[in-house]
Design a protein around this ligand. Structure first.
Ligand code: ADP
Ligand code: MG
Length: 706
């Protein structure tokens, strides 16, 4: 949000400029000034020499006691040793072949010293530390002020230590008479905030704590405004796009009459909103969220029928081939033979035989196929539609914004887009990241759904673990089926998870359970003797996967050991037990999704999360949270808190909009909501030129990233 594209080389020298580019991708003044300190420290807070942790990077304040330079015995070169003290303890700095440093590091010199702490001849040592000497000797008052001066601590990398970054920024700020403001002064004044110029200076060069606090408040507001302006512009651009207006008719009528149940009130309501969107003449951009099994597909199907009424084609994108096939089967079943035929429902996946594939492609191009179901294959360049009118993306988190756009471009006019997700997005996040989408939520499950009970099982309690397998056996004995989910495919493979959505910090180093091994072990487990145990994972051939799923759906396999390939959408109503091994390896929303695979029929479900995590650990907290509630919204808020939204945003923002720096979606929810109103006002009254420029620049950058 700064406008200053001067290159750093001219100000800092080419070497430093290159280092900034290499380590941070920073090339220009505006990028460097937006490299904010991570925190502020006081000189008094730096590490004491007496408590230096061996092997770690440390920064200490010290005074040089003595120096000595000597030739090395037995080889050429010299060693300069400098003893410093912080008043309590001593520490030796060692430099090889750098006798010239003796001039700087004379007795009485004071400064900051930073490096990795080691032990040499029984003494604490920093080999080749970075250091920064203080220029003047301070006394009394001065020393106190100096000790209280906030020191910005920057994210550092490679040769760019935090004070080298600070120095570079000082140079750049000196060479920058003023930073252009982008927001109207009156707006900042009404919010009690300092100008952008002041904020940038004070965030980097605070004299007191209150300075950086004021700076941070102003910068957060700027960031919130910038975000909302970008989103508002996206929305605006879309209202200018034209979409063919679609209204329901005979097809939907036939379908509704054939339904063996009545719609939930949520399905009715969302259906009406969607109908309005489809008829409006501008493209729909709606996010439909609702728990697994809440009936989202049905809502989408009714919209598909409305679009088909006037010959519009729909494309349903599923995240995996297994799911695409399942959708294809269940949608054809739901439509019945007559409607399936009239819609020309086609499946397009990579595993299709060439002839079938050709026919499907032909029908899509000719307009005979009004509903195409598939994976990414649907958006390959070869695929042509006659009149693509409606795009449905199931489980949005597997698709990048870029891919959605690509598919959108296949229509004659802009297609309507409906994104469905069972991973609910906290309201606060929805208005930031998905602020360009309208949001609908199905809050109730269709009547007759059964509750799921969830438990954490500690591996350290063998009696409980064997109870897990007994429970599985009991479910099977009662005619039900069970899933056993493992984090990995095979014992000797490195990869952790098949689902790309979430990366977790692992708290243990023991190899997690592998599906192949677990399947073998369970066949030998006396509790499960005589049961049919199947195996499903991403490295199997597509036909094999499909046949395993079919066998499980048909009840021929009673216990299905798998990886997270079964995570989304798989629907086997007879499955009632979900065992998750090394459950701590999964994220909260992943666990919630997995659990949603059971209890879908008329019998209640049980989810058993087996873990070696320590009680009280973060991993255990996550599991206990999942066990304590089945409210997906509560869990997603919690997930956001525990994981930090950096990860969450990074993952859903794959199309690259803005990257939040100081703003936090939950903490700053009110600010973000307020900024939305200001942003819309500002657009209505005309954007100031520097702001316009900054927004265009951000767009160009986002495009470059995607
Ligand atoms: P989602 O996609 O939200 O996970 P689905 O649309 O797959 O859920 O619905 C799950 C199951 O519930 C399907 O078998 C569907 O036919 C059924 N279903 C959908 N709506 C209703 C309803 N109103 N009443 C009863 N069953 C329903
Ligand atoms: Mg679904």
């Amino acid at each position: 949000m700064l406008n200053d594209s001067r290159k750093l080389g001219a100000l800092l020298g080419e070497r430093t400029a290159k280092a900034f580019l290499k380590h941070f991708g920073i090339e220009t003044v505006e990028e460097l000034l937006a490299h904010f300190p991570r925190r502020y420290s006081k000189r008094g807070e730096l590490t004491q020499i007496s408590s230096l942790p061996i092997g770690e990077m440390v920064t200490v304040v010290g005074e040089v006691l003595s120096t000595s330079n000597r030739r090395l015995k037995g080889r050429s070169g010299s060693l300069l040793e400098v003893v410093i003290t912080d008043g309590t303890k001593q520490l030796t700095l060692a430099f090889f072949n750098q006798a010239w440093r003796q001039k700087d590091l004379h007795q009485g010199a004071r400064g900051l010293f930073s490096g990795r702490i080691g032990i040499f001849s029984n003494k604490l040592q920093l080999a080749h530390p970075d250091y920064e000497l203080f220029e003047t000797e301070l006394t009394g008052e001065e020393a106190k002020a100096w000790a209280d001066l906030p020191i910005p601590i920057y994210p550092a990398a490679g040769s760019l230590s935090t004070w080298k970054i600070q120095k570079a920024i000082d140079i750049v700020l000196t060479a920058t008479p003023s930073v252009d403001g982008i927001l109207p002064e009156s707006l900042l004044a009404s919010e009690g905030l300092i100008s952008l110029d002041e904020a940038i200076r004070l965030v980097h060069q605070p004299k007191q704590d209150v300075h950086w606090q004021q700076a941070r408040d102003s910068l957060r507001f700027h960031e919130a405004m910038f975000l909302q302006l970008q989103l508002a512009k996206l929305r605006q651009a879309r209202t200018n796009q034209v979409a063919t207006s679609r209204s329901s008719g005979e097809l939907l009528g036939i379908f509704d009459k054939s339904l063996p149940f009545s719609l939930t009130s949520g399905q009715e309501e969302v259906g009406e909103h969607i109908a309005k969107d489809l008829a409006s003449g501008s493209p729909m951009h709606r996010l439909l969220q609702g728990e697994v099994g809440s009936g989202k597909t049905l809502v989408a199907l009714r919209a598909i029928l409305s679009v088909a009424e006037s010959g519009g084609q729909s494309a349903l994108l599923a995240p995996t081939e297994v799911l695409a096939s399942q959708h294809y089967e269940s949608i054809r079943r739901a439509l019945g033979p007559e409607l399936s035929e009239r819609l020309g429902v086609r499946l397009l996946t990579g595993q299709l035989a060439t002839a079938d594939r050709k026919r499907a492609l032909l029908d899509m191009a000719s307009g005979k196929c009004l509903l195409a179901i598939g994976t990414h294959a649907l958006i390959s360049e070869k695929v042509q539609f006659y009149d693509l009118a409606f795009v449905i993306v199931d489980e949005q988190h597997r698709f990048g914004v870029g891919q959605r756009e690509l598919l959108r471009l296949k229509g004659k006019t802009s297609p309507h887009v409906l994104t469905m997700t069972a991973t609910p997005i906290p309201r606060t996040m929805a208005i930031t990241v998905f602020g360009d989408l309208e949001i609908s939520t199905l809050t109730e499950l269709p009547a007759g759904r059964q509750p799921i009970s969830s438990h954490v099982v500690e591996v350290s309690k063998p009696a409980l673990v064997s109870r897990v397998w007994q429970r599985v056996a009991e479910e099977v004995a009662a005619g039900r089926q069970a899933f056993v989910v493992c984090p990995r495919i095979e014992g000797d493979t490195q990869e952790e998870q098949e689902f790309e959505g979430e990366e977790l910090e692992l708290e243990q180093s023991v190899a997690p359970a592998a599906a192949v091994d677990v399947a073998e072990a369970l066949k030998l487990n006396p509790a499960l003797a005589g049961l049919s145990i199947g195996l499903l994972h991403g490295r199997q051939a597509n036909e094999e996967k499909a046949s395993v799923m079919a066998a499980f759906a048909a009840g021929e396999i009673q216990v299905l050991v798998s990886t997270t390939v079964i995570e989304v959408g798989v629907n086997v109503p007879n499955a009632t037990a979900m065992v998750i091994l090394d459950a701590d390896r999964f994220g909260i929303s992943q666990l919630h999704q997995l659990r949603g695979r059971v209890g879908r029929g008329s019998h209640s479900g049980v989810c058993l999360m087996v873990t070696a995590s320590e009680p009280g650990s973060l991993a255990m907290q996550r599991l206990e949270a999942v066990a304590s509630t089945t409210d997906g919204f509560k869990l997603s808020e919690l997930d956001l808190e525990l994981r930090g939204e950096g990860d969450v945003l990074g993952d859903v923002q794959s199309g690259g909009r803005s990257q939040l720096k100081l703003l936090r979606v939950i903490r700053d929810a009110d600010l973000i909501a307020r900024a939305k109103v200001f942003a819309e006002d500002l657009i209505a009254s005309g954007l100031p030129a520097p702001l316009q420029l900054a927004l265009e620049k951000a767009d160009a950058q986002a495009l470059k990233r995607s």
